[in-house]
Design a protein. Structure first.
Length: 82
């Protein structure tokens, strides 16, 4: 784990060093998720949480199944019966 100093700049913005942004794959405008854990600020790319959720759900869904396709099929079937 690398530790570096960042800086709080005007408007409460956090200035993250370039090499940390590079390690996280962050570019200008990317969404991040921030949490406070035991008095510490944890920052991670928003896409990391999405990837983690997908990984957790994948164990319940067969590899050849797309949940979005299943949902669309269910919606179409429901619409036919309206």
């Amino acid at each position: 784990m690398s530790m570096q100093r960042g800086k709080l700049v005007s408007g409460g913005r956090l200035q993250v060093p370039a090499d940390i942004r590079k390690q996280l794959g962050l570019t200008d405008g990317d969404a991040v998720v921030m949490t406070v854990v035991d008095g510490e600020l944890h920052v991670r790319p928003a896409r990391a949480g999405l990837a983690r959720a997908r990984q957790r759900l994948r164990r319940y869904v067969p590899a050849d199944m797309r949940l979005s396709d299943e949902l669309i099929a269910e919606r179409r079937k429901a619409a036919e019966h309206e």
